[in-house]
Design a protein around this ligand. Structure first.
Ligand code: C2E
Ligand code: MG
Ligand code: MG
Length: 562
């Protein structure tokens, strides 16, 4: 008997060492060999059956919805040992061994040996099988879409495998998806989103990938040769949302495309996916070039310039590199200066930078608000000095970015600056560009009314550039409307100018009839000036009278022309 035990222990030791060695292989695990060894273990300990269950969740376990694994099953028996583990991601694995009643029961030593094998198997199985679950959690979002981590993994793999040439990144957003949600309901809209994703995935091909960033924002990567098909599908696709009734809806997207240069390294590749495509997408949302925007090196350079401005701005502001130039506004009838617009200039590294080079970059964040407040303070300081010097002065307009509209304390902040310099409120006017959304509209209404009460004049800037809504004029107590130079006719000959003349005449008519001051900016020629005089425009601002002037030149102009 003693000999038998020693023989069994020796066999067990050998088998167990082999089993552990096989289960901990790094390269490739030989499942068949492992099963063979386990079967031998069963024979060694007279077991009739082994049974391992894997459950993806505690709930699945409760409902008995698991995956069964068994390497040895000679029919029912009595359960003699059972182990269960719950992993940190709440998946469950159980294992049990059975013996027929007519065989010799396990001795204590045998029990501990079998238990050791079972625990080893349990760890092995749960580690390997639940890798899939973990992958699912890591690479897919809750709704089952691939996520950004999936994309990074894909990116790494294409580089490791040398498949990174000829790739295109496409960032897209479903157009009007909130409307689809509202009109079809949540469930159908979810189906639209999912089926659209599946279609794009198909178009991106097996060596491509599609991931959801959030909501209805996606990124797809595919080979160049697949791009045309992918874009056609993104441009317009009929998506089924009710299988039973065969109901479909047309879905289109706003899309940014970046063709990745083959010379790019892994890091730049990764960067493109994360940042550049996002920005090309933003460009596409401006809608200037239809629904698809190709993000090329030009766009990339522009982007880099914007980022540079954003980086140096705080320091430049601290060093007071920004200053105001003043462009007079003239009463068209009397030829006298009745006001002026303060325009920002930036002296940076010895060069003079114009607003077109830095305002758009600052408008991407609240930096523009800091600049506007800084400009207002500068203007107030100049006005204060002019008043103290006993000069004859005019009202000065300061541009106020649309970004301010989200500031709850805008009125207080503005008044604090103006009052700090003890500037009478009627010497200040703010110019705001027109807004398009309802939310902003009501906020704008509140701000303009508030300024009105404080005796500060408000003007609509660049009227005629955007949608030029009549509501904007009707619902808000503006003091003045500044018509943009883009609707100023150049001459009386060409068709566009003839059309613009009609538009301009009526726009001026509406503004005057509502009782607001009408200012036209960008007036450059005598022809335009005569035309505006005929149309009964009140005020003009433009190169025909003056370019934006330095503060010294403006002071001289005020002295002679007010
Ligand atoms: P804006 O407020 O519509 O200002 C008028 C722009 O038209 C100015 O350009 C001005 O120099 C230019 N301009 C005036 N007369 C003529 C003309 O006869 N012909 C032509 N071609 N242009 C004329 P500027 O100074 O380059 O400013 C561009 C824009 O930058 C401004 O347009 C305004 O939107 C923005 N900006 C300038 N300073 C500030 C500021 O302090 N804060 C904010 N938020 N925006 C500013
Ligand atoms: Mg302006
Ligand atoms: Mg303007």
């Amino acid at each position: 008997m003693k000999e038998k035990t020693t023989e069994q222990t020796e066999r067990f030791n050998g088998l167990f060492r082999q089993l552990v060695s096989e289960m901990t292989q790094i390269e490739k695990i030989n499942v068949l060999l492992i099963e063979k060894m386990l079967m031998e273990m069963c024979a060694l300990f007279r077991l009739s059956k082994t049974e391992t269950y894997l459950y993806n969740s505690l709930e699945d376990e409760k409902q008995g919805k698991g995956e069964r694994l068994s390497c040895h099953d000679t029919g029912e028996g009595e359960r003699v040992l059972f182990f269960r583990i719950v992993t940190s991601i709440l998946t469950v694995a159980t294992t049990a061994v059975y013996m027929k009643p007519d065989v010799r029961p396990l001795s204590d030593e045998e029990r501990s040996m079998v238990a050791l094998v079972m625990r080893t198997v349990l760890h092995f199985v749960s580690r390997n099988r639940f890798k899939r679950v973990i992958e699912r959690l890591a690479f897919y979002d809750d709704a089952g879409y691939r996520n950004l981590r999936s994309l990074q993994n894909y990116n790494r793999n294409v580089f490791i495998e040398g498949r990174h040439n000829s790739l295109v990144v496409v960032r897209y957003n479903l157009r009007h998806f909130s409307m689809i949600n509202r009109d079809l309901g949540r469930k159908a809209a979810d189906a639209v989103l999912w089926n659209h994703y599946k279609l794009v995935e198909e178009k991106a091909g097996k060596d491509g990938i599609v991931c959801r960033l959030d909501g209805d924002n996606f990124v797809a990567v595919c080979r160049k040769e697949k791009l045309d098909g992918l874009l056609a599908c993104l441009d317009e696709a009929n998506i089924i949302y009710d299988e039973k009734e065969g109901k479909t809806i047309g879905v289109s997207t706003s899309t940014g495309v970046y063709v990745i240069p083959d010379s790019f390294t892994y890091d730049t590749h990764d960067e493109i996916i994360r940042n550049r495509v996002f920005h090309s997408y933003l460009e596409s949302m401006n809608g200037k070039q239809g629904h698809v925007v190709f993000f090329d090196e030009n766009l990339s350079r522009r982007r880099e310039k914007i980022v540079r401005v954003q980086q140096v701005f705080p320091e430049a502001l601290r060093k007071k590199e920004f200053f105001a130039v003043y462009q007079p506004k003239y009463n068209i009838k009397t030829g006298k200066i009745i006001g002026a617009e303060a325009l920002c200039r930036w002296r940076h590294n010895g060069a003079l930078v114009v607003p077109g080079e830095f305002i758009p970059a600052l408008e991407e964040s609240n930096d523009i608000c800091s600049l506007d407040f800084y400009m207002l303070a500068n203007v107030c300081r100049d006005i204060r000095r002019w008043l103290d010097e006993g000069r004859n002065i005019v009202r000065i307009s300061v541009n106020l970015s649309r970004r301010h509209m989200i500031h709850r304390n805008l009125l207080e902040d503005v008044i604090k600056i103006i009052d700090e310099y003890k500037v009478p409120h009627h010497y200040i006017e703010f110019e705001c560009t027109e807004t398009t959304t309802d939310v902003e509209f009501s906020v704008l209404q509140g701000i303009v009314s508030g300024m009105h009460k404080l005796g500060i004049s408000m003007a609509v800037d660049d009227y005629g550039v955007g949608y030029s809504s009549l509501n904007l004029l009707r619902g808000i107590p503006w003091n003045a409307v500044k018509i943009d130079r883009s609707i100023l006719p150049l001459n009386e000959e060409d068709a566009i100018s003839r059309q613009l003349t009609v538009v301009l005449k009526h726009v001026i008519g509406v503004i005057k009839e509502i009782g607001m001051e009408c200012v036209v900016e960008g007036v450059e020629t005598q022809y335009q000036l005569d035309l505006l005089r005929q149309m009964d425009c009140d005020v003009v601002q433009g190169y025909i009278y003056d370019r934006p002037l330095t503060v010294e030149d403006f002071e001289k102009r005020m002295q002679t022309n007010c």
